[in-house]
Design a protein around this ligand. Structure first.
Ligand code: BES
Ligand code: MN
Ligand code: ZN
Length: 505
């Protein structure tokens, strides 16, 4: 998608569609007293011509302040644009870059389905211009993705070009740089979503590794892929215990970004769960909904997308990306409940449930990242159904073994506009994963399941500052939204990119 920054007034550009945000300026306090209080709808633009083109519609009472509601006007009076698309942004005093991203996504999805290929969008004047450009470009690129890959009637409609009307006083060169970065981030998010969208027969560990190699060559990263022999030779007993049940060979993907001039430390280690299909293994899952387990490699695909973005954004900080890719299958050579496995770190693990496989592959991935010199760790995984019970599909779960690293991550997360919520890791929870035959067991009972899984991972992160992201409930959009297609969300990628960049800003 081509992006242009323009400083001209919104009434001037000749465009297929001019897009503007409509905000409700009604006093919220008054609304509470009097539920009938009338919305005060205004277009978020300084331009009087745009205001007056929209005024009749806005005062008609037909437009509600509902976020992401769209209204399309043809031949708007006084404008050179062929159409004026008004998009609801909700209450003016709650309107943040989180909503602005979604407005841009909504614009893309509304217009492309009407066969329109380009439009101009007004940056709301209440934002710093660069923040508005970043949010709108990221949101627009994300909105341009559709997941209906294998439908014969796939239209593959795309917006090819957008113009951002940034206001006459903006610093054009700075905004153009912001737009280039936002394109990199949005396209990396779509790169991740593309991988996650593929079903398991088209995204085996080998194919995922090939995609990693191809991407790394394109953006100039080092990439190494290790197969079964090397995984066994390195004594990755936890990773191998999952891989041993499948006829598809596993892949340990190692991507390295080592820019000239970066300090020796920090070295950020990113570890992703890459289960290309999770049947549960011998502790097999029920058939109902099992097809969704093709997205169990979303954490791994996220780390690949992050590495892509980092290679293009070029921050001066070292990053290592590791993806532990395998299927989790039942078979004559699958591991069984009760088996004891020795992880790469030397810790012994009693397998209680073979469906708790993500933490096993991550255990060796985290240990390996430390061996390669990581001073800070982030992992992302569709790890537990329990995190979906706890937080639903809105917030991803965040765990941290250190308040300072949590603070840094939380700031990055807010800047990235992704919803996440911290869950606890008290030492007392360790009881839950104590085994009588081995050092730990791989499940900790029914209650607090997301925490038990995180406690297990902490045994392998040990005292290295570490963030664990459980994205089981948020990696897949169950129902299409005005701003995003049904399917893979690409959650966590933007926050992790910001986190990495926080070390150089
Ligand atoms: N991949 C699943 C978790 C999952 C659930 C992802 C729902 C996406 C949506 C994971 O490997 C798993 O099976 N976890 C088990 C752990 C249990 C056996 C302790 C779970 O959550 O049921
Ligand atoms: Mn599982
Ligand atoms: Zn899984």
């Amino acid at each position: 998608m081509k992006t242009t920054i323009s400083l001209s007034t919104p009434s001037h550009p000749e465009t297929e569609a001019l897009v503007a945000v409509v905000l409700d300026h009604a006093d919220p306090a008054q609304n509470e007293k009097n539920k009938q209080a009338k919305p005060q709808l205004k277009v978020a633009a300084k331009d009087a011509t745009v205001q007056s083109a929209a005024s009749e519609l806005l005062s008609s009472g037909e437009v509600t302040p509902k976020p992401f509601e769209t209204n399309l006007l043809h031949n708007p009076a006084g404008l050179k644009a062929k159409r004026l698309l008004l998009i609801g942004g909700g209450s003016a005093n709650k309107f943040s870059s989180y909503e602005l991203r979604r407005v841009a996504g909504t614009a893309v999805r509304t217009l492309k389905s009407r066969g329109i290929r380009s439009f101009a969008i007004i940056a709301p004047p209440s934002f710093p211009a660069d923040e508005a450009v970043r949010a709108m470009v990221e949101g627009a690129v994300v909105g341009n993705f559709d997941s209906d890959y294998y439908r014969s009637d796939r239209k593959d409609q795309k917006i090819d070009a957008i113009t951002i009307l940034a206001g006459s006083k903006a610093d054009k060169a700075a905004l153009e740089r912001a737009a280039v970065e936002a394109i990199i981030i949005g396209e990396s998010q779509n790169f991740t979503r593309d991988l996650v969208n593929e079903p398991s027969n088209r995204m085996t560990p080998t194919i995922l590794a090939d995609r990693a190699k191809k991407m790394c060559t394109e953006v100039g990263l080092k990439c190494e892929v290790y197969g079964p022999d090397k995984i066994k030779e390195m004594k990755m007993g936890a990773f191998w215990s999952v891989a041993q049940g499948s006829d598809e060979p596993p892949a340990l993907i190692v991507m390295k970004y080592e820019p000239a001039g970066a300090p020796a430390e920090p070295v950020v280690g990113l570890v992703g769960k890459g289960i290309t299909f999770d049947t549960g293994g011998i502790s097999i899952k029920p058939a109902d909904g099992m097809e969704k387990m093709k997205y169990d490699m979303a954490g791994g695909a996220t780390m690949m997308g992050v590495m892509r973005a980092i290679a293009l954004l070029k921050p001066k900080v070292k990053v290592i990306g590791i993806v532990c890719a395998t299927e989790n299958m039942p078979s004559g050579h699958a591991q069984k409940p009760g088996d004891v496995q020795i992880a790469m770190s030397g810790k012994s693990i009693e397998i209680i449930n073979t469906d708790a496989e993500g933490r096993l592959v991550l255990a060796d991935g985290l240990h390996y990242a430390k061996q390669l010199g990581a001073t800070h760790l982030v992992d992302a995984a569709t790890l537990t159904g329990a995190v979906v019970v706890a937080l639903g599909m809105l917030n991803a779960g965040v765990f941290a073994n250190d308040d300072a690293i949590y603070g840094r991550f939380h700031k990055a997360n807010e800047e990235a506009g992704e919803k996440m919520w911290r869950l606890p890791l008290d030492d007392e929870y360790k009881e839950q994963i104590r085994s009588s035959i081995a050092d730990i067991m791989n499940t900790g009972g029914r209650w607090g399941g997301a925490i038990n899984a995180a406690m297990f991972l902490q045994e392998f992160a040990e005292d290295i500052p570490w963030i664990h992201l459980d994205i089981a409930g948020t990696a897949w959009v169950e129902e299409q939204k005005p701003w995003i297609a049904k399917g893979p969300s690409g959650i966590a990628l933007r926050s992790i990119i910001q986190f990495v960049r926080s070390f150089v800003q």
